[in-house]
Design a binder for this molecule. Structure first.
Ligand code: ARG
Ligand code: ZN
Length: 874
């Protein structure tokens, strides 16, 4: 079954109100729903005397009864479909009542209603509501929900969307609570939670003076880990008022932490549900990276209240309408709260490794896909991260004020509606009087565009000429691409390293409008040939090729006024050096690291003016995955050898400087998860990691001392990682054991502990990964544990996953097949690393292919896994 965007039809029926009644039992939950239904005046189905059948989605449901306007519907008037019901309709308006039964306890897919550590919770996006009851489960059907929950006394906390309007005991001594959501919403935003939960409370006063109650619910043991999320939430609420003029709209905003969760979090109206790992933190148990991730995800889900809930998607092809926009919003929020340049570097690194690889792989799809078998497979880096880049480009093209005018118009025009990416772009155009016709291709064409830039200087006229050629590789189903409209931000550096003025007003940066296959741009009034700083701030999700020399890159690294491009110049330099090393290795020459790279790293390390977080980023070599993505054909062995060699050579050459820097930053300050302190820890731990690469006993002792004395998880985990990767077993093992001993009660730390081991670059990691799967704390039904152990190994351990015997791939294939029976969404995601087999050279590619094939031949696959595997085998 493939669904196509071009087949979209407005729904035949609308649901004005949805009244739900749950009687919770682990294996036998009774759901009663009462739907006020009416014919959609805008329906596109053929008009006529007879009304079209009412189609309801339903999966894994036991139907008990069906009645219309109080009368049981006879079997002759409805049909059970493989995934739903078709009901014969006699009136254009009626009340449908459905009773059905579901089994939350055995629901390991974590979609619909399920149990997590005894707590009931739901995940309905994208198509999970159909696992709760029969319903038109599509986002363009918006309804007002009232939800009653009846549960045994062990579940004192019963939550759903909106405001609580009733709470009482039933005659048989159970608890009954009713919630009413005043905002019409699609079923994917429905949520229910029931459990024995503790709460942290706070409040927020909106710009217009409305008091909002804020609550975070967790199991009792986690109650002290909610402060950071609460602070982040209040910051996000203020930020959305200040930057977008958006206020919160209900009297209460609730957040619940759940241990079993497929994704990061979910923006259900008034009742956000979070993966515990994305909301719980304390200085002793969470790293800086976790603190920052929590701030951004709390912001993300909160921002969805406008970009997603008040204005939602017409259909799932429009997913990036809410996700791309909301990721852009959360990225700007994080940039405002922390270091803007470092946030940008992190986001671009992710895009360049994982999203570019997706765009160049068998599952490549446009930001707005035009077909899918299973929508869960399209919650991708392309829809989210590239989608955010597309919104960022609009922001760049319109400027901050113009963009704000556009977003105001968008929210005003479409409040309460289910709309399309086209509506978003149209609002941006209309508010600014601009034409984004060509720009729209970013939504419809897949693949990463390449810009080939060359230049010339006409000394006689003082004119500098930049020539830009764009192209985009073919992707599945799209052989020919039309040129994109690309905002290319550039600056020109003079011989003194300063930005040249590009016009009489003294502008030093221009956004070139690249829109043709080949185009030239002239800069006049120059005395000498400048050095271009291209794609500043990564102004478009493209690859830029320009024949920079080593000297020019060193110059940019030292002088570019754009911090992002300073970092990027360093990355280009490292990339060139690593390419040379790979070549030397393949051709049997001795390896030697370019001395200029060493010098460049040394001066970065000794530059007191740079933000330490930026220094840490600049000292980090491009990851093996990034290197792999940039190769036409991947020779995993050469990449690994080259990168390990370069790291070792840098560590050896810069030992003294690294040690000085480490010592200077190694002081015990009280822990604060604030940008300045995070930056210092980041640089300190980058130095430590390099020092341990040398495997010198005295340097490893530094890691051991840091491990033993650390008062926060950032320092403790960094030290342990260095030991695990570089110390001998007699040093690493006791550290791992004592760490587990100390933290075994803490789920989040145990996940981190799993991850440190599965990502170890040491030989034998695959064997320890198999052992970890036997560990009492491991659960195949818990996605966080699966991601930590199996995902860590397959996605974040390039060296051991690509071991030459292919056992890494076989292992992954085996686990994917087992997982598919429990949780198809997770299985389909986990299989990704072996779907890129075509890009690998030699036997490794064949072994990967064989592993993938074994998944296909293992038996009946879920729709999720089938889509990914079948598309990757062709
Ligand atoms: N809307 C959620 C978020 O990005 C993610 C939901 C994921 N659901 C799924 N079926 N993959 O905040
Ligand atoms: Zn989202």
């Amino acid at each position: 079954r493939t669904v196509y965007l071009k087949d979209y039809r407005a729904p035949d029926y609308l649901v004005d109100s949805t009244r739900l009644h749950f009687e919770l039992q682990p294996q036998d939950t009774l759901v009663k729903s009462r739907l006020q239904i009416r014919r959609n005046p805008a329906a596109e189905s053929a008009p006529g005397e007879t009304l079209p059948p009412l189609l309801l989605d339903g999966v894994d449901l036991e139907l008990l009864s069906l009645s219309i306007d109080g009368e049981l519907v006879p079997a002759s008037r409805y049909r059970e479909l493989p995934e739903g019901l078709s009901i014969h309709v006699q009136n254009p308006e009626f009340v449908l009542e459905i009773h059905n039964r579901i089994n939350p306890r055995d629901n390991t897919s974590l979609e619909g209603l399920y149990l997590s550590n005894g707590m009931y919770c739901t995940q309905c996006e994208a198509e999970g509501f159909r696992k709760i009851t029969y319903y038109p489960d599509r986002p363009d059907v918006m309804s007002r929900f009232t939800t009653t929950i009846v549960a045994p006394r062990q579940y004192p906390v019963l939550l759903s969307n909106g405001n609580q309007i009733e709470r009482r005991a039933t005659e048989d001594g159970r608890l009954l609570v009713t919630w009413e959501d005043p905002f019409a919403k699609p079923a994917y935003l429905f949520a229910l939670v029931a459990g024995e939960l503790q709460t942290v409370e706070d409040s927020f006063t909106t710009a217009s003076g409305r008091e909002v109650k804020l609550q975070i619910f967790t199991e009792a043991k986690n109650i002290r880990k909610c402060d950071h999320a609460m602070r982040s939430l209040k910051k996000a609420m203020r930020w959305d008022e200040e930057v977008y003029g958006r206020e919160y709209d209900l009297d209460i905003f609730m957040v619940v932490a759940v241990d079993h969760f497929n994704m990061g979090a979910m923006e259900n109206k008034g009742l956000n549900i979070f993966n515990s790992a994305c909301v719980l933190a304390s200085p002793e148990t969470a790293t800086d990276a976790t603190f920052q991730r929590i701030e951004s995800i709390v912001g993300h889900e909160y921002f969805h209240n406008w970009s997603g809930n008040r204005v939602t998607c017409r259909d799932w092809f429009q997913l990036s309408l809410k996700e791309g926009f909301t990721v852009f919003r959360d990225a700007e929020f994080s940039a405002d709260m922390n270091s803007r340049a470092v946030k940008r570097i992190e986001d671009v690194s992710l895009l360049r490794t994982a999203q570019f690889a997706e765009d160049g792989g068998p599952m490549a799809h446009p930001v707005r896909p035009d077909s899918y078998m299973e929508i869960s497979n399209f919650y991708t880096l392309t829809v989210y991260e590239k989608g955010a880049e597309v919104v960022r480009m609009i922001h760049t093209l319109l400027g901050t004020e113009g963009f704000r005018k556009g977003s105001d118009l968008y929210f005003q025009r479409h409040d309460g509606c289910a709309v399309t990416c086209e509506d978003f772009v149209a609002a941006m155009e209309d508010a600014n009087g601009v034409d984004l016709t060509q720009f729209r291709r970013w939504y419809s064409q897949a693949g990463t565009p390449v810009l080939e830039v060359s230049d010339a200087f006409d000394a006689a006229h003082g004119t500098y000429i930049l020539t830009v050629r764009q192209s985009c590789p073919a992707t599945p189903g799209q052989n020919k691409k039309l040129p994109f409209h690309i905002p290319l931000a550039v600056g020109l550096l003079g011989a003194d390293g300063r930005d040249l003025s590009l016009d009489p007003q003294g502008t030093t940066q221009k956004v070139l409008q690249v829109s043709e296959t080949e185009q030239t741009f002239n800069f006049t009034g120059l005395k000498e040939k400048p050095l271009p700083s291209l794609l500043r701030g990564f102004s478009a999700p493209v690859k830029v090729r320009y024949g920079y020399s080593t000297e020019q890159l060193l110059f940019l690294m030292r002088n570019d006024s754009d911090e992002f491009n300073r970092w990027d110049a360093g990355q280009r330099l490292a990339f060139m050096a690593l390419e040379q090393l790979q070549k030397d290795y393949r051709e049997g020459r001795d390896l030697q690291l370019q001395p200029q790279l060493v010098d460049a790293y040394r001066s970065v390390l000794q530059n007191p003016e740079l933000d330490p977080a930026l220094v840490a980023e600049m000292l980090t070599l491009p990851s093996a995955q990034t290197l792999a993505e940039q190769c036409e054909r991947i020779d995993a062995e050469a990449i690994i050898v080259a990168r390990e060699f370069a790291r070792g050579a840098l560590a050896e050459a810069l030992k003294g400087e690294l040690l000085d820097c480490y010592r200077r930053l190694d002081c015990d300050k009280p822990y604060r998860p604030e940008a300045a302190d995070i930056a210092e820890r980041s640089l300190k731990n980058t130095c430590l990691a390099y020092l341990c690469v040398t495997e010198e006993p005295e340097l490893l002792t530094l890691a051991q001392a840091q491990f033993e004395n650390a008062a926060n998880m950032t320092d403790s985990a960094a030290a342990l990682a260095s030991l695990v990767n570089h110390a001998a077993d007699d040093m690493a093992q006791p550290a791992l054991e004592s760490f587990y001993e100390r933290w075994q009660q803490d789920t989040q730390v145990v996940e981190l502990w799993f991850g440190l081991q599965s990502t170890s670059a040491r030989r034998g990691t695959l064997e320890s990964v198999r052992e970890l799967m036997q560990h009492p704390a491991f659960e195949l039904t818990n996605p966080n544990k699966v991601r930590a152990v199996i995902g860590g190994f397959a996605n974040r351990n390039f060296i051991q996953f690509h071991r030459a015997d292919g056992r890494g791939f076989e292992f992954l294939a085996e686990q994917v097949v087992a997982l598919d029976k429990l949780n198809p969404q997770i299985a389909a995601r986990l299989v990704t690393p072996i779907t890129r087999w075509k890009k690998y050279t030699g036997e490794l590619g064949e072994k990967m292919h064989r592993a993938l094939q074994s998944v296909m031949e293992s038996g009946r696959l879920s729709r999720d896994l089938y889509e990914v595997v079948s598309k990757s085998l062709v």
